[in-house]
Design a protein around this ligand. Structure first.
Ligand code: NIG
Ligand code: FE
Length: 421
């Protein structure tokens, strides 16, 4: 059932009532044990003005408002952020999938020219409007699962023009969805020939062009035996910094080859994957400000070990969760399901998982204005079907999110979903 709500005039103060539980982590990145510190208010209300939270508290103490929106006795949490997706692609990986489930490893398929390289061939052949049409329903699925802020990576372009087309598709997609989209330039796999020249051209031409045209806010690199080396990653990061872009990294997915240590040394926003991280990488992340992003969909789909999130939190790291939505390693179209899987596969507690998927996921994108229900934060929030917030971390395969509310500065709150569970 879809329902759109009529609201009053622009900028009015809307009081949301009928909140059985209002649950939130603290504002900004939360590390280690602080990830478990949630605030829970029973019988709560929340005042929203100009797209920002103006007040939260017990409903009996609620301030006056221009209009009241009764949520009917359900739990309310911050909206989720998905800090890691490859949601723009063409073609499919169904043949790879069939081979993989019969025992052919992901890296072998990639080394033989399939996998990521086959998605690159299909994506390079697509137009910008093809890419927009393919990606939009994926983004809407993530939004309906609770993610109002979504990162999207390039990385399936065979050449620079195809990379740019992917980022242009993200720019157009931003006008078609209520979600906030953050584009990232991903240096995914090196060409079969002319590797050194390619690295140089990326640094001297692609990265500056992407920065000048404001097509991405960050540069990401797949640092792995089958992809880029630590030394090549260092060169990309130097060019990114020179161009004023943030840096982040795919590291330790199959082998810990030093990418995590480099990213921590250079103050990357996040290091993502970490399935193969060992004590040295856990200790480095525990000491650094760099967010450790886990991707439980990859563990499920590729049958990899789970990233050691329990040890990372115990070492004091700031852990976040992403879907890694992509056709090869994680066809996972739900940020809520990524959160729920992290509790099973990575042994996060429900409280840690909520923090990881909200404030910490926003921090993985350099954002501190969202992810907590606190005065001054963006009023992106979820109303669940349930009166108990833990259903968000418990439910598998049905959507426990009843409504997704997205902040709009000069307009009333936008409610983008209401469906029966
Ligand atoms: O995050 N590992 C590298 N990149 C993606 C997978 C991309 C693909 O298989 O198409 C990832 O897992
Ligand atoms: Fe990825």
């Amino acid at each position: 059932m879809q329902r759109s709500l009529m609201h009053g005039n622009r900028g009015e103060r809307t009081l949301f009532t009928g909140i059985a539980q209002l649950v939130t982590p603290g504002v900004g990145p939360q590390r280690g044990a602080a990830m478990r510190d949630l605030t829970l208010i029973s019988g709560a209300a929340m005042l929203v003005e100009h797209g920002l939270i103006a007040w939260i508290g017990s409903q009996k103490d609620a301030p006056p408002a221009d209009q009241i929106h009764d949520l009917g006795g359900v739990a309310v949490t911050p909206a989720l952020t998905d800090p890691h997706t490859h949601a723009v692609w063409a073609g499919d990986r169904l043949t790879d999938f069939e081979a993989r489930v019969q025992g052919v490893p992901y890296e072998t398929i990639l080394a033989q020219g399939g996998g990521i390289r086959s998605t690159m061939r299909s994506t390079a052949a697509a137009t910008v409007s093809d890419l927009v049409a393919l990606a939009l329903p994926r983004i809407q699925a993530l939004l309906h699962s609770g993610a109002t802020t979504i990162e999207l990576k390039s990385g399936y372009g065979l050449d620079f023009d195809a990379e740019i087309r992917m980022l242009e598709a993200v720019r157009l997609l931003q006008t078609r969805t209520a979600a906030t989209l953050l584009p990232t330039l991903l240096l995914h796999v090196p060409p079969a020939k002319g590797r050194a020249e390619y690295v140089q051209a990326v640094c001297q031409s692609l990265i500056p062009r992407v920065a000048n045209e404001k097509l991405a806010t960050a540069v990401d690199v797949f640092c792995e035996r089958e992809a880029f080396t630590v030394d090549e990653t260092r060169q990309f990061f130097a060019a990114a910094r020179l161009a004023g872009l943030n840096i982040k990294l795919h590291a330790d997915q199959f082998h810990a080859i030093g990418g995590t240590e480099l990213a921590c040394e250079l103050g990357a926003l996040s290091v993502d994957h970490l399935e193969a991280s060992t004590e040295a990488q856990i200790a480095a992340l525990g000491r650094s400000q760099t967010v450790a992003t886990i991707l439980p969909g990859v563990t499920l789909h590729l049958g990899l070990l789970a990233a050691p999130a329990r040890q990372l939190i115990d070492a004091g790291a700031c852990v976040s969760i992403g879907t890694d939505l992509n056709p090869g390693s994680s066809p996972l179209y739900s940020a809520q399901l990524a959160l729920a899987l992290s509790v099973r596969l990575n042994r996060l507690t429900p409280a840690e998982a909520l923090t990881a998927a909200t404030v910490n996921a926003a921090a993985a994108l350099g954002l501190e204005d969202r992810g907590a229900l606190s005065p001054g934060q963006r009023a992106d929030f979820l109303a669940l079907h349930s009166a108990d917030w833990r259903d968000l971390t418990y439910t598998l395969g049905a959507n426990p999110v009843r409504s997704v509310f997205v902040a709009r500065r000069e307009q009333p709150q936008q409610e983008v979903q209401e469906q029966a569970l």
